[in-house]
Design a protein around this ligand. Sequence first.
Ligand SMILES: Cc1ncc(COP(=O)(O)O)c(C=O)c1O
Length: 374
Amino acid sequence: MKSIETISVHAGARIGTAGVVNALELSSAFRYIDEDSQPYPRYFNTPNQDIIVEKICALESAPDGLIFASGMAAITTTLLSLLHRGDHIVFQNALYGGTHSLASIEFEKAGISYTFSPCDARSLIEAIQPNTKAVYIETPSNPLLDTVDLESVAKITGPQRILTIVDNTFATPINQNPVKLGVDVVIHSGTKYLGGHSDLCFGAVVSSAAIVERIRQKAVLFGGSINALSCHTIERSIKTLAIRVQRQSENAIQIAESLDRHPKIERVFYPGLSSHPGHEIARQQMSGFGGMLSFRLASGISPKSFLKRLELIVPAMSLGGVESTATIPAYTSHKAMPESHRVKLGITERLVRLSVGIESSSDLVDDLVRALGD
Ligand SMILES: Cc1ncc(COP(=O)(O)O)c(C=O)c1O
């Protein structure tokens, strides 16, 4: 079994072409060869799409997968393929705002019921009902970095034929492999770490061949497919995924520790800190703690002014890029979440989410400390 760094570089390579880099096939129309194999972008089966699927499957240790034009296309297509009228799903309550909105705006109309559960294995399992078909987890979660013990959930859901679905965007396959912990379906917003340069939008789902086939049938109808040019850029990006994420994880721990000591920071949320409630779980199921952290500014410090004072770290909504970015989730990713729910979770206006890049950690700490007014 090859190491994750080697897989990042080499998985999906097509032997037989002269170049070291796989060929880019821009065609959306392919010469008819035989009836069983007709590549077409919206059928999710073109050569460049296949290369990315192979790469992500190798990274996630999964048999099969699909890539989409966005993370939300992957999430929506997956959930609406695997759930039907009369089914129930358990979501953890601390969740990416778009996924939360998908359930709360669309599921009732589709006849799918759902429960938002506290973000721990026991509560998620307790929320299971007789018609529950899936448990949906994001660990570490956006934006509070809550962690869920995936093995404990999968041990209970597996025998009951309830699917465990994990959004692995924050962790990345470099730091966490849910399939190895018994998880059935893994989803990514590839827009974030897999892309890694803030210039792509895509999503991915990996699972068993049978589950992927169920998703593929709907995907062809929903049409959230991605073009070859993007696939080519994604391939280049993923080659450096391991070294980027390792550096981002190293930087994040140093920044988290510095902020944790700072008098103008009320609390730091980072699973790599021993004070974080999810630290033990993260230590067991992750090989690195990742490049995402959040912190709550002490009262009296305006979060918007703080963002404006940053000189190096870019105020931006997305995450996972080589450049560090910061955002206030209450105004961006979690804006659509009902305020009462958001505040109850701790996603207040003083919460800042930081996506740590690959710059020098000391330059990043200096920037944060200067913006805090020291
Ligand atoms: C954890 C997580 N999942 C899914 C998504 C949605 O991905 P996309 O914006 O690529 O549709 C996001 C976007 O921020 C996210 O943070």
